[in-house]
Every structure is written in structure tokens, then in C-alpha cells.
Design a protein around this ligand. Structure first.
Ligand code: ADP
Ligand code: MG
Length: 624
């Protein structure tokens, strides 16, 4: 039998390369992609379904089941069925105390500073592993459906996810065998899905995303095919889950004399009923939801009617409205500037959402033409298509939620990248030394909205070493912040005269919650007035310290050119200034600075003249 030789080099094999978009939701996850040669994204069916419940069940052999098959185990095996993994990402036990009450599985408290783990059958799983189990299932099922190998993905996260949580999501992707090309914000993905068919329009869109576990509102501007997020606000502890919990609590309180133990047993069982009740009343508000349940052998009938339902939902809708107002304020926009409201997330199917938004934005179209459950995944698929190089008509800009800066003299926060700045971005600022011959400079990076770094969150510290000794104020130290599209920060410090440089990648410590991010924003607003006073006082003190330093140095260096009276009087002014420094009156400090300057100006000028003429004769001016 003869052999056939194949010339591999000349054979052209058309390999389909798919980059998928994944909406890794708290409640449901979805996969979408843009088929080759097309521009419209489509969902990838996973076991014939569009939505995969983000739930992992471990059987007694410790094998994981994901999705609908896991969800069906929730009632019988709450202790081995893990839902809302996304809420655990990047959190420690102390932050989840409240959450722990509402779940059937056990969260381990080994050390309150550490990331939580979930324990099942003596085995421990961290949230990154659990998320990767879900992603692995999505990947392998999508490969089955599309019949291609999938190695690259874009994954969406809530706008309020901090760097740690974004990194955790990326790690989960990696563990699942996916190269995560980009992490993008869910509302941005939604806007992308809506903008996709009309890149020629100029529009300001408010994206209202109420899912199972998170609420985000973002204001997105679409212009000539370019998306820009103007502001974001939200609450990662607000969503359909809370309504389900509210309904369960309502039922528990309607049954008399239940012990705490009984309540804990009933909760997971009733959650499923509660969600059914919610969806039924959402679709048909006027038909009360009734179900029978057995408590210790006794059959009880539980009811949820429209007015019970409205009461449970009202506070939740009110909270989202506050976020909408804040997002508008942050973007310095009025209600009339919004041309379209986009609904995202399964919970926006509640009629209460539409009612509130129509009232708040009269005359603005409410857009839910794309299924709110699916719009994020479809947008992620468009981003994937852009990254695959198939689209050149759309650019994607995003913003950073908190200001980033460094500590300067007196513990002041010097913002380098302000909050809501578009990312990716690169900003450089020049600083200098405050002491003669200073060879090291400590650079501490902070995140937050307060004027004093002590009130902000420290991200990292490093030391720029080996600066050649120079007089204070001579070195030109450039500090550059580069924030990439995923919100990761690289800080570079470089002394420009000598070229000495040092850089760090900020790897924030685990533990900052999204709630804290929001609190940091609020604290910045609350303390704005008093913070400014503190800053002005500190700046006056910094100036005074510097002037005392240079004046004392000046007198030391030029004692021969000064008369005794000039020296003693100057020192008296310096002493007055030192005294004022110990007080907290910035006007007094400024007055003393002026007085000192006023007094020393005539002879300082006289000495400078002498110095310059000496320099011209060949003496070195820098020795003065
Ligand atoms: P996530 O983004 O958190 O994964 P989804 O966008 O998939 O969440 O939304 C899931 C939430 O939407 C769940 O709380 C679910 O109960 C709720 N939901 C789905 N359909 C409806 C409906 N018709 N009415 C009210 N809530 C709904
Ligand atoms: Mg969602």
C-alpha cells in the first residue's frame, strides 16, 4: 500500500476561532458569541437552556453538578448546594455574617482576615474554585454545542467589583482553562448590546440593572460608536434574592410559635416557593399566590397577596432610586439629559421597577427590547468580537469608581487619577524632595475620596532608592499611574535628572467589600467641608515647615553677610511661626509666613545679588 504524503506547510486549515462572552451572574450565567462573518451576537444553548443557574451541588463522591441539576438539589441538600458564589468572591467571614444566615451550606471561619471557604464533607472550596467549576461547565457545554474548542473569553462583573474581585474572576477563568481577555462591567456590556445596531447615534443612556444579587446603575454615553461610562453607582447587596428572603421572612412571621431551629430548616425549602410566588405575582399581580406546606406533620397554607408583595418590594425600589439620583449627580446630569433607560437583569421584570422609572423619567423611553436576562451576555459577546479584531466601528471606554493617588507631606492625599476617570488611562505628575541630599523617597499609594490618606485605603508602598544627593526641590520625580482596562494599577516613579526608577503593580490585599467602596464614596461627600479645612491647614503647615527649613539654612550659610540684628530678628519671626505651627489656625500661620517673608525679603535680595555676582566670577551657584 502506497503512502500519501501531506504537505502540512501548504495546507490551509480554516480554524474557527471563537471568543465567547460570559455573563457570570450571581443567580444565572449565560454564554454568547458572534458567529463568523456576522455582527449580531447569539446565545449559546447550554443543555438546551439559555440560562444556567450559577449553582454547584456536590454529591457524596464530591463530584460537582452545575446548573439546573444542582438547583433541583437545593431543597433536599441545602448543605451541599452552593448558590450566590459571586457574593462570596473576595470576602472574609466577618463580612458575610449576615449572608450566612440565609444559606444552607456552611461557610468556614478559620481566620477573619482570610477569604472564606465552603465546607462540604470535610472538603474545602474557595469561591474562586467554585466560580471556576461553573465556568468550566459553561466552557465544556458551549464547546459541545458549537463543536469547537474554546480557550478565550470576555467575562462581565458588576460595576462595583473592586480590583480584588476582578482579579478573582480572572483567576476563576484561568482555573477553568479560559484565557480571560477582558473583564468588563455588566452595564457597559448591556449598553454595547443596545448600541450595536446604531453606531451613528449620539445618546446618553441610563442602565438600570437589578439582578438576583446585585444592583448597578450606570450612565453611559454613546457617540459615533464610542461608549463611555460617565458614572456608576449601586449596591451589591440588593436584588431578587432579597425579595425572596423578604417573602420567606413574611411567611415565617405569619406562622406562630416557630422555634429558631425550625425556621432555619424551613428557610431553604421556602426560598424556592418564594421565588415562584415572586415571578407569579410579577406576571399577574392580582392573583394571590398560595401554597401548602407541612410543618412537623401539620399542613399549613401560606399566602402572598399583592399588598404583602408591594410592601416587601417598596424599600428595595426606594434604595435603587437613591442610587439613580447619585449616579446622575456624579455625572452632573439632570433627568432631562437622559434619552433612554435600559433595563437589565431578571428582577426588572417586576412591574414596580417600570412604575418607579416611568415616574422618575417621564417622557424617556424605557428600553427592554432585548431580554433583560440576556442583554449582558450578548454585549460581552460583542466585546469579544471587537477583541477578535472583527469590529473597528466601536471603542469601549470605562471608568474607575474610586480616586487613586499618593501620600504627600503632612499625610495629604494627592489624587493622580480622579474617580470616574476613563480607563484605560495613564497620568503622570512631577514631585520633588523636601530635604537636602535626600536619596530615598517613600511612595504610598492610596484609594479613596478623603483629603487625608489616613482616612483612605492604602494599596501599596514602595521606596524610590538611590536618588543622587541634590538640594531640596531639585530632583524631578515623575510618578506615573497606569490603570489598565481591567482596573489594574501600575505605579512608576522615576527621577528624571538621573533616570533612577522603580515600579510596582498594585496587588490590593483581599478584604475590601463593595459595600465599603460605596461607604468610601459616601464618606468623601459627607466630610467634604471639614476635609477641605483640614487640607488647607495642613498645606499652610507644610509651607511654614519648608520656609522655616530654608530660612534657618539660609542664616547658617550666610551668617557672615548678615548683621546681628537681621539674624536675631529673623530668628524671632521664625520662632513666632513655629509657635503658630503648634496651633490650628491656618490664617495665623499664613500671617506669620507673610511677616517672615516681608522681613527677610530686603536682605535676601541683597545676598542673592552678591551670590549671583560671585557665581559670574566662577563660583558655583548651587553651593549657596
Ligand atoms: P444575576 O444577574 O444576579 O445573575 P439575573 O439577571 O439572571 O440575575 O436575574 C435573576 C433574578 O431575576 C432572580 O432573583 C429571579 O428570581 C428574578 N426574576 C426572573 N424572572 C423574573 C420575573 N418575571 N419577575 C421578577 N423577578 C424575576
Ligand atoms: Mg446580571
Amino acid at each position: 500500500m502506497g503512502k500519501i504524503s501531506i504537505n502540512i506547510a501548504s495546507a490551509t486549515i480554516e480554524l474557527k476561532k471563537y471568543i465567547i462572552g460570559i455573563d457570570l451572574g450571581t443567580t444565572n450565567s449565560l454564554v454568547a458569541y458572534v458567529p463568523n462573518g456576522e455582527t449580531t451576537p447569539v446565545l449559546v444553548k447550554i443543555n438546551d437552556q439559555n440560562l444556567v443557574p450559577s449553582i454547584v451541588y456536590f454529591n457524596h463522591q464530591s463530584e460537582p453538578l452545575v446548573g439546573i441539576n444542582a438547583k433541583s438539589q437545593l431543597v433536599d441538600f441545602p448543605e451541599r448546594t452552593i448558590f450566590s458564589v459571586k457574593r462570596l468572591l473576595g470576602k472574609n467571614y466577618a463580612e458575610l455574617l449576615n449572608h450566612a444566615k440565609h444559606i444552607g451550606y456552611s461557610i468556614i471561619d478559620d481566620n477573619s482576615d482570610n477569604l472564606v471557604k465552603v465546607e462540604i464533607d470535610g472538603k474545602f472550596y474557595n469561591p474562586i474554585q467554585l466560580s471556576s467549576i461553573i465556568l468550566k461547565e459553561l466552557k465544556s457545554q458551549a464547546e459541545k454545542t458549537l463543536n469547537v474548542e474554546i480557550t478565550q473569553a470576555v467575562i462581565t462583573v458588576p460595576a462595583y467589583f473592586n480590583d480584588t474581585q476582578r482579579q478573582a474572576t480572572r483567576d476563576a477563568g484561568k482555573l477553568a482553562g479560559l484565557d480571560v481577555l477582558r473583564i468588563i462591567n455588566e452595564p457597559t456590556a448591556a449598553a454595547l448590546a443596545y448600541g450595536e445596531s446604531r453606531p451613528e447615534e449620539i445618546k446618553t443612556i441610563l442602565v438600570y440593572d437589578l439582578g438576583g444579587g446585585t444592583f448597578d446603575v450606570s450612565i453611559v454615553q454613546l457617540e459615533n460608536g464610542i461608549f463611555e461610562v460617565l458614572s456608576t453607582h449601586g449596591d451589591t447587596y440588593l436584588g431578587g434574592d432579597d425579595i425572596d428572603k423578604g417573602i420567606v421572612d413574611f411567611w415565617l412571621s405569619s406562622v406562630h410559635e416557630l422555634s429558631e431551629t425550625q425556621k432555619e430548616i424551613l428557610r431553604p425549602k421556602w426560598r424556592v416557593e418564594a421565588e415562584n410566588a415572586k415571578i407569579n405575582l410579577s406576571n399577574d399581580p392580582n392573583t394571590p399566590y398560595v401554597f401548602s406546606t407541612s410543618i412537623e406533620g401539620e399542613t399549613t397554607e401560606l399566602v402572598l397577596n399583592k399588598s404583602n408583595f408591594d410592601e416587601i418590594i417598596k424599600p428595595l425600589i426606594a434604595k435603587t432610586k437613591v442610587s439613580v439620583i447619585k449616579a446622575l449627580k456624579d455625572a452632573t446630569l439632570n433627568i432631562s439629559d437622559i434619552q433612554e433607560v435600559v433595563l437589565v437583569g431578571g428582577s426588572t421584570k417586576l412591574p414596580h421597577v417600570g412604575t418607579m422609572l416611568r415616574e422618575f423619567f417621564p417622557n424617556v423611553p424605557l428600553n427592554n427590547a432585548i431580554n433583560p436576562d440576556e442583554v449582558v451576555a450578548l454585549g460581552a459577546a460583542i466585546e469579544a468580537d471587537i477583541l477578535a479584531g472583527n469590529r473597528t466601528d466601536i471603542l469601549l471606554l470605562d471608568v474607575t469608581p474610586l480616586s487613586l493617588g499618593i501620600e504627600t507631606a503632612g499625610g495629604l492625599m494627592d489624587v493622580i487619577i480622579p474617580r470616574n476617570a476613563k480607563i484605560p488611562t495613564r497620568v503622570a505628575r512631577e514631585y520633588t524632595t523636601s530635604l537636602d541630599g535626600q536619596v530615598n523617597l517613600k511612595i504610598s499609594v492610596f484609594q479613596g475620596e478623603r483629603e487625608l490618606v489616613a482616612e483612605n485605603r492604602e494599596l501599596g508602598t514602595f521606596i524610590l532608592k538611590n536618588i543622587p544627593p541634590m538640594p531640596a526641590g531639585f530632583p524631578k520625580i515623575e510618578i506615573q499611574f497606569a490603570l489598565n482596562a481591567d482596573g489594574m494599577l501600575k505605579v512608576l516613579a522615576k527621577e528624571l535628572r538621573s533616570g533612577v526608577e522603580q515600579e510596582i503593580d498594585i496587588q490590593p490585599t483581599y478584604g475590601l467589600t463593595d459595600q465599603q467602596v460605596e461607604e468610601m464614596l459616601m464618606a468623601g461627600l459627607e466630610h467634604a467641608q471639614s476635609d477641605i479645612e483640614i487640607r488647607l491647614l495642613q498645606e499652610a503647615k507644610n509651607e511654614a515647615t519648608q520656609i522655616i527649613y530654608t530660612t534657618e539654612k539660609f542664616i547658617q550659610n550666610h551668617s557672615k553677610l548678615l548683621n546681628e540684628l537681621e539674624i536675631s530678628e529673623t530668628l524671632q519671626f521664625v520662632n513666632d511661626l513655629k509657635f503658630a505651627l503648634g496651633l490650628t489656625d491656618r490664617h495665623a500661620i499664613q500671617q506669620k509666613i507673610e511677616a517672615l517673608n516681608e522681613f527677610t525679603r530686603p536682605f535676601a535680595e541683597r545676598i542673592m545679588d552678591i551670590a549671583v555676582s560671585q557665581a559670574l566670577k566662577g563660583n558655583n551657584i548651587s553651593s549657596l
